[in-house]
Write a protein that binds this ligand. Structure first.
Ligand SMILES: NC(=O)c1ccc[n+]([C@@H]2O[C@H](COP(=O)([O-])OP(=O)(O)OC[C@H]3O[C@@H](n4cnc5c(N)ncnc54)[C@H](OP(=O)(O)O)[C@@H]3O)[C@@H](O)[C@H]2O)c1
Length: 263
Protein backbone atom coordinates (compact mmCIF):
# COMPACT_ATOMS: atom_id res chain seq x y z
CA UNK A 1 0.00 0.00 0.00
CA UNK A 2 1.31 3.47 -0.86
CA UNK A 3 0.98 5.36 2.41
CA UNK A 4 1.23 8.74 0.68
CA UNK A 5 4.12 9.88 2.87
CA UNK A 6 6.51 10.93 0.10
CA UNK A 7 7.98 14.39 0.76
CA UNK A 8 6.02 14.84 3.97
CA UNK A 9 7.95 16.39 6.86
CA UNK A 10 7.91 14.70 10.26
CA UNK A 11 9.22 15.57 13.72
CA UNK A 12 9.84 12.48 15.85
CA UNK A 13 10.67 13.15 19.50
CA UNK A 14 12.63 10.66 21.61
CA UNK A 15 14.16 9.20 18.48
CA UNK A 16 17.84 8.52 19.19
CA UNK A 17 17.02 4.87 19.89
CA UNK A 18 14.16 2.43 20.48
CA UNK A 19 10.62 3.05 19.29
CA UNK A 20 11.21 6.66 18.20
CA UNK A 21 14.20 5.68 16.08
CA UNK A 22 12.25 2.83 14.45
CA UNK A 23 9.38 5.22 13.67
CA UNK A 24 11.73 7.82 12.19
CA UNK A 25 13.32 5.18 9.98
CA UNK A 26 9.96 3.81 8.85
CA UNK A 27 8.65 7.27 7.94
CA UNK A 28 11.87 8.01 6.04
CA UNK A 29 11.67 4.68 4.21
CA UNK A 30 8.22 5.82 2.99
CA UNK A 31 9.78 9.00 1.56
CA UNK A 32 9.36 11.50 4.43
CA UNK A 33 12.06 13.88 5.60
CA UNK A 34 12.45 13.70 9.36
CA UNK A 35 13.66 15.87 12.22
CA UNK A 36 14.78 13.51 14.98
CA UNK A 37 15.03 14.60 18.59
CA UNK A 38 16.45 13.39 21.89
CA UNK A 39 18.46 15.01 24.67
CA UNK A 40 21.87 13.59 23.73
CA UNK A 41 23.23 15.48 20.71
CA UNK A 42 26.05 13.01 20.05
CA UNK A 43 23.96 9.82 19.90
CA UNK A 44 21.26 11.66 17.98
CA UNK A 45 23.71 12.80 15.28
CA UNK A 46 24.84 9.19 14.78
CA UNK A 47 21.20 8.02 14.59
CA UNK A 48 20.36 10.70 12.02
CA UNK A 49 23.36 9.69 9.86
CA UNK A 50 22.40 6.02 10.09
CA UNK A 51 18.77 6.60 9.03
CA UNK A 52 19.79 8.99 6.24
CA UNK A 53 22.27 6.40 4.88
CA UNK A 54 19.67 3.64 4.94
CA UNK A 55 16.77 5.60 3.45
CA UNK A 56 18.32 8.33 1.31
CA UNK A 57 16.11 10.99 2.94
CA UNK A 58 17.11 14.16 4.82
CA UNK A 59 17.25 13.38 8.53
CA UNK A 60 17.98 16.40 10.71
CA UNK A 61 19.03 15.99 14.35
CA UNK A 62 17.61 18.52 16.81
CA UNK A 63 18.66 17.95 20.43
CA UNK A 64 16.33 19.10 23.21
CA UNK A 65 14.36 18.03 26.24
CA UNK A 66 10.65 17.71 25.47
CA UNK A 67 9.70 18.25 29.10
CA UNK A 68 10.59 21.92 28.47
CA UNK A 69 7.97 24.09 26.79
CA UNK A 70 10.64 26.37 25.27
CA UNK A 71 12.53 23.42 23.83
CA UNK A 72 9.36 21.96 22.31
CA UNK A 73 8.67 25.30 20.63
CA UNK A 74 12.28 25.45 19.41
CA UNK A 75 12.03 21.92 17.97
CA UNK A 76 9.00 22.79 15.89
CA UNK A 77 10.66 26.03 14.73
CA UNK A 78 13.76 24.02 13.81
CA UNK A 79 11.67 21.67 11.65
CA UNK A 80 9.84 24.52 9.94
CA UNK A 81 13.12 26.43 9.48
CA UNK A 82 14.74 23.40 7.78
CA UNK A 83 11.84 22.27 5.62
CA UNK A 84 9.33 25.15 5.51
CA UNK A 85 6.54 22.92 6.84
CA UNK A 86 5.65 20.29 9.41
CA UNK A 87 3.09 17.62 8.53
CA UNK A 88 3.60 14.90 11.12
CA UNK A 89 4.34 15.08 14.83
CA UNK A 90 5.24 11.93 16.75
CA UNK A 91 5.24 12.80 20.46
CA UNK A 92 7.48 10.46 22.43
CA UNK A 93 10.01 10.49 25.30
CA UNK A 94 11.53 8.10 27.83
CA UNK A 95 9.43 6.24 30.37
CA UNK A 96 9.38 7.11 34.11
CA UNK A 97 11.21 4.86 36.60
CA UNK A 98 9.48 1.71 37.88
CA UNK A 99 8.10 1.56 41.42
CA UNK A 100 4.97 1.49 43.56
CA UNK A 101 3.08 3.52 46.13
CA UNK A 102 5.89 3.58 48.73
CA UNK A 103 8.61 4.57 46.29
CA UNK A 104 7.78 8.12 45.21
CA UNK A 105 6.98 11.54 46.61
CA UNK A 106 5.04 14.25 44.73
CA UNK A 107 8.15 15.50 42.87
CA UNK A 108 8.49 12.18 41.02
CA UNK A 109 4.85 12.40 39.89
CA UNK A 110 5.43 15.96 38.67
CA UNK A 111 8.49 14.83 36.71
CA UNK A 112 6.52 11.99 35.12
CA UNK A 113 3.73 14.38 34.16
CA UNK A 114 6.25 16.78 32.59
CA UNK A 115 7.98 14.08 30.53
CA UNK A 116 5.03 11.86 29.65
CA UNK A 117 2.05 14.22 29.47
CA UNK A 118 3.19 17.83 29.13
CA UNK A 119 5.70 16.94 26.40
CA UNK A 120 2.80 15.80 24.19
CA UNK A 121 0.74 18.89 25.06
CA UNK A 122 3.66 21.27 24.43
CA UNK A 123 4.76 19.70 21.15
CA UNK A 124 1.17 19.62 19.90
CA UNK A 125 0.44 23.25 20.76
CA UNK A 126 3.68 24.32 19.10
CA UNK A 127 2.92 22.31 15.93
CA UNK A 128 -0.72 23.29 15.50
CA UNK A 129 -0.30 26.72 13.85
CA UNK A 130 1.75 25.37 10.94
CA UNK A 131 -0.51 22.32 10.50
CA UNK A 132 -3.61 24.51 10.58
CA UNK A 133 -2.09 26.80 7.95
CA UNK A 134 -1.58 23.81 5.64
CA UNK A 135 -4.93 22.25 6.61
CA UNK A 136 -3.18 18.88 6.95
CA UNK A 137 -1.57 17.28 9.96
CA UNK A 138 -1.00 14.03 11.78
CA UNK A 139 -0.31 13.91 15.51
CA UNK A 140 0.60 10.51 16.92
CA UNK A 141 1.34 10.20 20.64
CA UNK A 142 3.29 7.20 21.89
CA UNK A 143 2.14 6.01 25.32
CA UNK A 144 1.82 2.45 26.67
CA UNK A 145 -0.81 -0.25 27.10
CA UNK A 146 -0.94 1.09 30.67
CA UNK A 147 -3.55 3.55 29.32
CA UNK A 148 -5.88 0.56 28.88
CA UNK A 149 -4.72 -1.71 31.69
CA UNK A 150 -2.35 -0.56 34.47
CA UNK A 151 0.96 -2.42 34.58
CA UNK A 152 2.16 -3.76 37.95
CA UNK A 153 5.17 -1.87 39.25
CA UNK A 154 4.84 1.07 36.85
CA UNK A 155 2.80 3.43 39.03
CA UNK A 156 4.19 6.65 37.52
CA UNK A 157 3.55 5.48 33.97
CA UNK A 158 0.04 4.30 34.89
CA UNK A 159 -0.66 7.72 36.42
CA UNK A 160 0.80 10.08 33.83
CA UNK A 161 -0.04 8.42 30.51
CA UNK A 162 -3.85 8.23 30.62
CA UNK A 163 -3.86 12.04 30.48
CA UNK A 164 -2.34 11.80 26.99
CA UNK A 165 -5.37 9.82 25.83
CA UNK A 166 -7.75 12.40 27.36
CA UNK A 167 -5.85 15.21 25.64
CA UNK A 168 -5.56 13.55 22.23
CA UNK A 169 -9.15 12.30 22.17
CA UNK A 170 -10.51 15.73 23.10
CA UNK A 171 -8.45 17.74 20.62
CA UNK A 172 -9.11 15.22 17.86
CA UNK A 173 -12.72 16.42 17.89
CA UNK A 174 -11.66 20.07 17.60
CA UNK A 175 -9.12 19.51 14.82
CA UNK A 176 -10.65 16.93 12.47
CA UNK A 177 -12.39 19.55 10.36
CA UNK A 178 -9.00 21.26 9.81
CA UNK A 179 -7.58 18.03 8.34
CA UNK A 180 -5.51 17.38 11.48
CA UNK A 181 -5.89 13.84 12.80
CA UNK A 182 -4.76 12.89 16.30
CA UNK A 183 -4.22 9.36 17.56
CA UNK A 184 -2.43 7.41 20.28
CA UNK A 185 -0.33 4.28 19.82
CA UNK A 186 0.12 2.13 22.91
CA UNK A 187 3.00 -0.37 22.90
CA UNK A 188 2.87 -3.57 24.94
CA UNK A 189 6.32 -5.16 25.19
CA UNK A 190 8.54 -4.17 22.29
CA UNK A 191 12.21 -5.12 22.36
CA UNK A 192 14.12 -1.90 23.07
CA UNK A 193 16.73 -0.66 25.58
CA UNK A 194 13.87 0.47 27.86
CA UNK A 195 12.45 -3.05 28.05
CA UNK A 196 15.92 -4.56 28.52
CA UNK A 197 16.49 -2.28 31.52
CA UNK A 198 13.06 -3.11 33.03
CA UNK A 199 13.85 -6.81 32.59
CA UNK A 200 17.30 -6.41 34.17
CA UNK A 201 15.80 -4.44 37.10
CA UNK A 202 13.15 -7.08 37.79
CA UNK A 203 15.70 -9.91 37.48
CA UNK A 204 17.91 -8.23 40.07
CA UNK A 205 15.02 -7.40 42.42
CA UNK A 206 13.71 -10.99 42.33
CA UNK A 207 17.12 -12.69 42.18
CA UNK A 208 16.27 -14.61 39.00
CA UNK A 209 17.74 -14.62 35.48
CA UNK A 210 16.88 -12.18 32.69
CA UNK A 211 15.57 -15.15 30.68
CA UNK A 212 13.11 -16.10 33.43
CA UNK A 213 11.71 -12.57 33.53
CA UNK A 214 11.38 -12.54 29.74
CA UNK A 215 9.60 -15.91 29.84
CA UNK A 216 7.14 -14.53 32.42
CA UNK A 217 6.40 -11.51 30.22
CA UNK A 218 5.92 -13.62 27.13
CA UNK A 219 3.60 -16.07 28.89
CA UNK A 220 0.89 -13.37 29.00
CA UNK A 221 1.25 -12.38 25.35
CA UNK A 222 -1.05 -14.35 23.03
CA UNK A 223 1.40 -13.86 20.15
CA UNK A 224 3.94 -15.76 22.27
CA UNK A 225 6.73 -13.23 21.88
CA UNK A 226 7.86 -9.67 22.47
CA UNK A 227 7.35 -7.31 19.53
CA UNK A 228 9.94 -5.81 17.23
CA UNK A 229 10.39 -2.02 17.00
CA UNK A 230 9.73 -2.24 13.24
CA UNK A 231 6.30 -3.83 13.94
CA UNK A 232 5.44 -0.94 16.24
CA UNK A 233 6.70 1.59 13.68
CA UNK A 234 4.42 0.14 10.98
CA UNK A 235 1.37 1.12 13.04
CA UNK A 236 2.63 4.66 13.66
CA UNK A 237 3.53 5.16 10.00
CA UNK A 238 0.03 4.10 8.97
CA UNK A 239 -1.65 6.53 11.38
CA UNK A 240 0.72 9.28 10.20
CA UNK A 241 -0.15 8.68 6.58
CA UNK A 242 -2.66 9.82 4.00
CA UNK A 243 -4.10 6.30 4.13
CA UNK A 244 -5.42 6.89 7.67
CA UNK A 245 -7.50 9.83 6.45
CA UNK A 246 -10.69 8.89 8.36
CA UNK A 247 -9.14 7.70 11.62
CA UNK A 248 -8.88 10.14 14.51
CA UNK A 249 -9.23 10.05 18.30
CA UNK A 250 -8.24 6.38 18.34
CA UNK A 251 -5.90 4.55 20.72
CA UNK A 252 -4.31 1.61 18.96
CA UNK A 253 -2.46 -0.95 21.04
CA UNK A 254 0.46 -2.78 19.44
CA UNK A 255 0.90 -5.58 21.92
CA UNK A 256 0.56 -9.03 20.37
CA UNK A 257 -2.86 -9.34 22.04
CA UNK A 258 -1.68 -8.59 25.59
CA UNK A 259 -4.53 -6.25 26.64
CA UNK A 260 -7.71 -8.18 27.32
CA UNK A 261 -10.22 -5.32 27.21
CA UNK A 262 -12.84 -5.23 24.47
CA UNK A 263 -11.94 -1.70 23.29
N1 LIG B 1 9.43 -0.53 24.47
C1 LIG B 1 8.31 -0.90 25.01
O1 LIG B 1 7.95 -2.07 25.04
C2 LIG B 1 7.41 0.11 25.65
C3 LIG B 1 6.22 -0.32 26.25
C4 LIG B 1 5.37 0.59 26.82
C5 LIG B 1 5.70 1.94 26.79
N2 LIG B 1 6.87 2.34 26.21
C6 LIG B 1 7.16 3.75 26.25
O2 LIG B 1 7.40 4.24 24.93
C7 LIG B 1 8.40 5.25 24.96
C8 LIG B 1 9.55 4.84 24.06
O3 LIG B 1 10.01 3.58 24.49
P1 LIG B 1 11.46 3.00 24.14
O4 LIG B 1 11.40 1.58 24.53
O5 LIG B 1 11.87 3.39 22.77
O6 LIG B 1 12.36 3.81 25.20
P2 LIG B 1 13.94 4.08 25.20
O7 LIG B 1 14.66 2.96 24.53
O8 LIG B 1 14.28 4.42 26.60
O9 LIG B 1 14.10 5.39 24.27
C9 LIG B 1 13.60 6.63 24.72
C10 LIG B 1 14.05 7.71 23.74
O10 LIG B 1 13.55 8.96 24.20
C11 LIG B 1 14.65 9.88 24.40
N3 LIG B 1 14.25 10.73 25.55
C12 LIG B 1 14.09 10.36 26.83
N4 LIG B 1 13.68 11.41 27.57
C13 LIG B 1 13.60 12.47 26.72
C14 LIG B 1 13.24 13.83 26.89
N5 LIG B 1 12.88 14.32 28.07
N6 LIG B 1 13.27 14.65 25.79
C15 LIG B 1 13.63 14.17 24.58
N7 LIG B 1 13.97 12.88 24.37
C16 LIG B 1 13.95 12.04 25.43
C17 LIG B 1 15.85 8.99 24.64
O11 LIG B 1 17.08 9.62 24.30
P3 LIG B 1 17.90 10.55 25.35
O12 LIG B 1 18.05 9.75 26.60
O13 LIG B 1 19.15 10.83 24.63
O14 LIG B 1 17.08 11.79 25.53
C18 LIG B 1 15.54 7.88 23.63
O15 LIG B 1 15.86 8.30 22.33
C19 LIG B 1 8.82 5.39 26.43
O16 LIG B 1 8.07 6.40 27.04
C20 LIG B 1 8.44 4.04 27.00
O17 LIG B 1 8.24 4.08 28.39
C21 LIG B 1 7.71 1.46 25.66
Amino acid sequence: MDLGLKDRVALVAGASRGLGKAVAERLASEGADVVVNSRSARVLAATADEIARRTGRRIVPAAGDVSSQEQCQALVEHAVGEFGRLDILVANAGGPPPGGVDDFGPAAYRDALEVNLMSTVQLTLAALPVMRKNRWGRIVAITSVSVKQPINGLLLSNTARPGVVGFIKTISRDLAADGILCNVVAPGYIHTARVESLVAGQAEARGVSREEILEGMTANIPAGRIGRPSEFANAVAFLASESASYITGHTLQVDGGLVQGLL
